[in-house]
Design a protein. Structure first.
Lengths: 112, 106
């Protein structure tokens, strides 16, 4: 099993550009989530999904969109990148929040 | 206001020492996770607790629901234990602490 995969590992964008961070898991997990990690702060939830076709906002959703058309994939879209979105992004999956969490390797995004 | 507080923020230990990292929270929770973030950035799950105590190798995690407190203990610490240890509570979604950076010197 590959576990949770994320692409790309690194990305540099200019302000105003859009892009999609990819996340995929092969463990048949229903619950998937996107977090951002900033220096001096804990991981913060951006968006999450409890199954295909179901998504919801987390703590910091502004500027991001998600969709969940399959159980395996949960892409995160930055609509118009801003320097405040410079961060490390982690995707995670699990059977539920009360089960073991599996994290992807992270994407380091810089917005100039 | 931080709903999940970890202490200490930074911890330096000598190899072989017994280490304790604390997590206090202010909200009602259904479970608590301890995670480890390696120096390279990867995050792995260590424990999920809803009551009592769990042990895995040299790691022990305890939780006291009434006191809203959990501890992560590392016995016979080793330089390879150097990492950031993160506490996360489950209140619907996960709410994360800021982490405790542990450095174990040989």
């Amino acid at each position: 099993n590959a576990g949770v995969t994320q692409t790309p590992k690194f990305q540099v964008l200019k302000t105003g550009q859009s892009m999609t961070l990819q996340c995929a898991q092969d463990m048949n997990h229903e619950y998937m989530s996107w977090y951002r990690q900033d220096p001096g702060m804990g991981l913060r939830l951006i968006h999450y999904s409890v199954g295909a076709g179901i998504t919801d906002q987390g703590e910091v959703p502004n500027g991001y969109n998600v969709s969940r058309s399959t159980t395996e994939d949960f892409p995160l879209r930055l609509l118009s990148a801003a320097p405040s979105q410079t961060s490390v992004y982690f995707c995670a999956s699990s059977y539920s929040n009360q089960n073991e969490q599996f994290f992807g390797p992270g994407t380091r995004l810089t917005v100039l | 206001k931080n709903e999940v507080e970890q202490s200490p923020q930074n911890l330096t230990a000598q190899e072989g020492e017994f280490i304790t990292i604390n997590c206090s929270y202010s909200v009602g929770i259904s479970a608590l996770h301890w995670l480890q973030q390696h120096p390279g950035g990867g995050i792995v799950s260590l424990f999920m607790l809803s009551s009592g105590k769990k042990k895995h190798g040299r790691l022990i995690a305890t939780i006291n629901i009434q006191e809203k407190h959990s501890s992560l203990h590392i016995t016979a610490s080793h330089p390879r234990d150097s990492a950031v240890y993160i506490c996360a509570v489950v209140q619907g979604n996960l709410i994360f602490g800021k982490g405790t950076k542990l450095s174990v010197k040989p």
